[in-house]
Design a protein around this ligand. Sequence first.
Ligand SMILES: *[C@@H]1O[C@H](CO)[C@@H](O)[C@H](O)[C@H]1NC(C)=O
Ligand SMILES: *[C@@H]1O[C@H](CO)[C@@H](O)[C@H](O)[C@H]1NC(C)=O
Ligand SMILES: *[C@@H]1O[C@H](CO)[C@@H](O)[C@H](O)[C@H]1NC(C)=O
Ligand SMILES: *[C@@H]1O[C@H](CO)[C@@H](O)[C@H](O)[C@H]1NC(C)=O
Ligand SMILES: *[C@@H]1O[C@H](CO)[C@@H](O)[C@H](O)[C@H]1NC(C)=O
Ligand SMILES: *[C@@H]1O[C@H](CO)[C@@H](O)[C@H](O)[C@H]1NC(C)=O
Ligand SMILES: *[C@@H]1O[C@H](CO)[C@@H](O)[C@H](O)[C@H]1NC(C)=O
Ligand SMILES: *[C@@H]1O[C@H](CO)[C@@H](O)[C@H](O)[C@H]1NC(C)=O
Length: 736
Amino acid sequence: MYLALLGMLWFCPRLKGQENSFTINMIEMKAEPGWEVENGKNLTLKCIVDISSTSKLQSQHQVLFYKDDILLKNVTSQNKEEAIFIQAARIYDRGNYKCTVILNNKEKTTKDYSVSVKGVPNPRVTVDKVEVMEGGMVTVECAVPEEKPPIYFIVEKLEMDICKQRKEKTILHNNYVTLEFPIEEQDNVLIFQCQAKISFGNFLEASEFTKSDLVTVRETFSIPSFQITPEGEITEGDPLKLKCTIRVTHMFLEDREIIIQKDREIVAYAKHGTEVTYSPPIAKVEHIGNYTCKVESSKISKVNSIFINITELFSKPKLLISSNHLDEGGKLDLSCQIAGSPLANFTIKKENTTITNSQNFTKRVWIYDSGVYRCLAAVRNVIKESDPVRLYVFEIVSKPRIFHNSRSEVIKGQDLEVYCQSVNGTPPIIYYLCKMNTCKSQKEMFTHEPATFLEKPTATTEYTCIAKNYHSQGSVTSDILNVVVIVPVSRVNLSNLLHEEVESGQNVALLCSTDEGSWPIHYKFYKHNAVVPSYETTLNDTKAIWDNLEVSKKDEGQYYCTASNRANIHSRISKSNIITVKVTLAPWMKGLIAVVIIGAIIIALVVVARWYFFKKSKAKQMPVEMSRPGPPPNSNTEKMQSDPNVEANSHSGLGYNDDTGNHTMKPANEQKEPDHLNMDVEYTEVEVLTPDLHKAPERKGTETVYSEIRKAVRQLGLSDLPRVTQLGQGRTGILE
Ligand SMILES: *[C@@H]1O[C@H](CO)[C@@H](O)[C@H](O)[C@H]1NC(C)=O
Ligand SMILES: *[C@@H]1O[C@H](CO)[C@@H](O)[C@H](O)[C@H]1NC(C)=O
Ligand SMILES: *[C@@H]1O[C@H](CO)[C@@H](O)[C@H](O)[C@H]1NC(C)=O
Ligand SMILES: *[C@@H]1O[C@H](CO)[C@@H](O)[C@H](O)[C@H]1NC(C)=O
Ligand SMILES: *[C@@H]1O[C@H](CO)[C@@H](O)[C@H](O)[C@H]1NC(C)=O
Ligand SMILES: *[C@@H]1O[C@H](CO)[C@@H](O)[C@H](O)[C@H]1NC(C)=O
Ligand SMILES: *[C@@H]1O[C@H](CO)[C@@H](O)[C@H](O)[C@H]1NC(C)=O
Ligand SMILES: *[C@@H]1O[C@H](CO)[C@@H](O)[C@H](O)[C@H]1NC(C)=O
């Protein structure tokens, strides 16, 4: 019911309005006092509308205010202007504002109006106390209640307008900050100040600094102070006392420590109390320096420094020595001296032993006098010690012994250690190794152990060594050490001095030579694959000749030689190249063989013919019997080669023919017409191959061949031959 009534009431003018015409001419915004306003000032933003209407009545329209496109206010109005009021504008009020007017269906909106707020209200600063002890803490609170976070706070601790500490913090969720400031020993009367900064987009607005109440700092203990005795100038030997004191506030109950430090070294300290004393028995030059007194509690430390100067009573003594290096038996002079030569009591010491209580000391030295010397000078109660002085007494070196690690001979290129040793003489001993009077290597030895020199001799060398130390007598030379260096045989070469091809009976000379190698050299000549050398000799020469006077066919073959000496026992024995020696038959022997073969063929033919004739004549009485030849003659052929007697017999058998003078060789199958035999012979096929002249008689001496032939001739002349074996594929026929 009520709703309906209300709707009617609201609706009536509308219905009425519809009869009229409305138009929105203009809409704009205005700000009072302006679009830029100081922080905290009242600000009014107005929306002004100009509407034309046919009706006399004021139109009713809606006005909407927006800040950054968010609706702020929605009013229904009949007025020309509507406003929003911002009391005490703050930074967060800044932004873009606009207003919209809606009349019936018509709507118009202004442009964006930017509102800026200048400045940040001054923060409020409070401290939790106005009186504080050194080492204590002050809590400072700084707040900007008018503004909204995030706020950036800067809080400073000031003393006499000088900033001693500054803290900065951004607070995201509160508009205040609480910070603690420690109170230090130098703090006296403090004040804290705070500034707030608020950023807004690109803009940053800052407040002024607001100061807190004064905070007074109370001292816990005073700065330490020194009391030095004696007052004024301090001389060496005076009793010295450094006292450091502090005053402590009665309220201060914390533990503290007082320390006296000289440079970085703590020389005295006290806990709990209010003073500490450093008192060395007497003042010395070493006590000159900066002394610092420090008082420390857990958080507070106070320091004071003083420089203590001490006047020197007399300068440090100096021990004068006649010489630091003396030969055994030499004279040593020691003298203790003080600049200005004041009256003093002196002591001279060697190591810890007092030698004398006088200023000067003289003696003849021996090696055990080597050592460190110093002297003491005493004036009143002040004793001063000189710098140490070192004395070396040298015993002369004994004649050095030279020896080496190898037994007797050294193979060229092998390492050789040569030792040199002087058993007496004060080290360090310097050894020089000399080769053929040039001394190059040098070794310093700090004991009497032998000095070792590493050598690689390439030839027999004479070594000597020289030992030397700081004894003024100079150096001593050793005996001569002769090191025999043997050179191993390196390359061996074999050559034929005469011809590569020799006729049997002539001589062959083989030369075995070496590039280098110590004498004597042992040479061995081997026939290839033979275990036993054909010839061996030992010579004091780099070459050896094997003269084989009368070679025969069996000497033909390949040869090499070896050469070695004592050095090759340890290394491989060198073998030479291989050369070939060829042995040919002498020309007369070739001829002889040819003759013998031809003769044999002829004899064979004669024999065959005779046998054939005999058979034929026998066949006239009995039926003809044909017999086949015996075993193949191959075995006989082999036998012939190995057994010279057989061979000779065969020759001699053939040699029966007178025709020995005829040297022409006829192939056997050409002798189809043995007409010179003066016999009635039928054709018989006989195959005789040409004899191998090179092989058959090679192992025969000429002499033997002759005698065998003669023997054979005699036998043939006396007896008839029973039968003849077939002349086979062998070189010649054989008579049994
Ligand atoms: C700001 O507005 C408040 C409340 O309307 C008023 O009390 C105050 O006097 C105004 N301040 C100024 C400076 O006009
Ligand atoms: C403003 O208020 C009226 C009624 O009070 C309402 O009908 C209208 O929707 C509101 N406008 C906006 C933008 O909220
Ligand atoms: C002593 O200390 C002071 C202060 O630390 C320094 O200036 C001075 O050079 C020092 N003197 C010596 C001799 O160390
Ligand atoms: C210490 O005293 C000597 C004289 O006694 C003076 O020559 C020297 O300069 C002084 N040293 C310092 C650092 O004051
Ligand atoms: C010399 O004195 C030092 C200490 O003063 C001691 O260590 C050392 O053993 C002493 N040497 C001899 C040889 O008495
Ligand atoms: C020691 O020798 C120096 C010279 O080297 C000499 O001046 C001094 O008088 C001598 N002192 C004594 C006590 O003999
Ligand atoms: C040297 O020593 C003697 C005896 O100890 C002493 O009487 C004398 O005063 C000393 N001299 C000096 C210069 O210290
Ligand atoms: C080689 O020479 C040495 C020394 O000269 C001698 O003793 C040796 O008998 C000689 N050897 C031969 C094979 O000549």
